[in-house]
Design a protein around this ligand. Structure first.
Ligand code: GSH
Length: 306
């Protein structure tokens, strides 16, 4: 890898949890940045920030509030050296996709690129993958996975983060229910509800992969573009770590969906069956490459003066 020389390493801001060691990183959003840093082999420093401290920290560096969604969000990177004329405040960049483009620009020759050439195609691929994954998890896309995941998040967060998460997420619920209560009475109903969208993702992944290999775009491999991991795969792996953070057994069950050896009582008549789930293939590859476990050096930045 030809690596540009910077005076300071890129500093990555993640959301804290009580999970141990490298597993502390649990958020599907911040993981998009962490896994990309790891896959590109970029040396970085890192800092975990508790939920209620995100907004004051970002504001102090002149980050502008988001127009939709949560006002101040992580992931973020602090790197005045390369952000001086790029973002308001010149020091901190937020938004995982903007960060991914920035990292590709700073490190254009690492084996993994979030958006390799042809860029219009790799961007379209990421959007397709995002669409399929959101349809599994997010209520705005009729995904039901949030019912399995959200009740499991407060217990893994640090105490202040947990209180903040419950309060702010309850405020977004039509009946102001705590996220601890967002699951169905019988979790089997929620697993049943996500099944069609997971199977749709498996088909999407498999057909995209086969087409990329057949077109000579990539060699044989588990990723959406065969041997070439891109942002779409990073989004998938981020979702899988989120499941693992909610409970190892949740990840095991998710990875088994659609597989030959999955418990028969969970399958429905006429479903396609895979020897090994294409999702498991991606998970194993991220593990084998060491992308799930790599962490940055600990470092703390103090508040800026914006
Ligand atoms: N589109 C953003 C989404 C980031 C996002 O929503 N992050 C959440 C964490 S999971 C956050 O920081 N929330 C702050 C809050 O809830 O106050 C991205 O991809 O960077």
């Amino acid at each position: 890898m030809s690596s540009p020389e910077f005076t300071e390493k890129i500093h990555f801001l993640d959301i804290s949890s009580k999970l141990p060691g490298y597993k502390q990183c649990w958020s599907p959003n911040t993981l998009k940045t962490r896994l990309l840093l790891n896959a590109k082999g970029i040396p970085y420093t890192e800092q975990y920030v508790s939920y209620p401290d995100i907004a004051p920290l970002l504001k102090s560096y002149g980050v502008t509030p988001n127009e939709s969604g949560f006002t101040f969000t992580l992931p973020a990177i602090y790197h005045p050296e390369t952000l001086k004329d790029v973002v308001p405040g010149g020091k901190v960049m937020t938004e995982s996709i903007a960060i991914a483009h920035h990292l590709d620009k700073l490190y254009p020759s690492t084996a993994v690129q979030a958006f390799p050439e042809p860029k219009d195609q790799s961007e379209a691929l990421w959007k397709d993958a995002e669409h399929h994954l959101r349809a599994i998890v997010f209520p705005a896309e009729q995904g039901k996975g949030f019912r399995l995941l959200m009740p499991r998040i407060p217990p893994i967060l640090d105490d202040r983060g947990s209180e903040y998460f419950i309060r702010t997420r309850a405020a977004t619920h039509p009946e102001h229910l705590s996220p601890l209560q967002w699951g169905s009475e019988n979790p089997e109903d929620d697993w049943k509800a996500i099944r069609p969208s997971v199977l749709a993702y498996l088909k999407f992944h498999e057909s995209t992969r086969s087409a990329a290999i057949a077109a000579g775009q990539a060699q044989e491999g588990p990723f959406l573009w065969g041997s070439k991991a891109t942002m779409g795969d990073i989004y998938l792996a981020s979702t899988l770590v989120w499941f693992r953070s909610a409970g190892e057994e949740m990840l095991d069950r998710f990875l088994a969906i659609g597989e030959k050896d999955e418990r028969a009582s969970r399958k429905s008549e006429g479903e396609e069956v895979w020897e090994k789930s294409p999702i498991r293939g991606v998970w194993e590859a991220f593990g084998k490459e060491g992308w799930l476990e790599a962490v940055g050096e600990p470092r703390e930045i103090v508040h800026g003066d914006a």
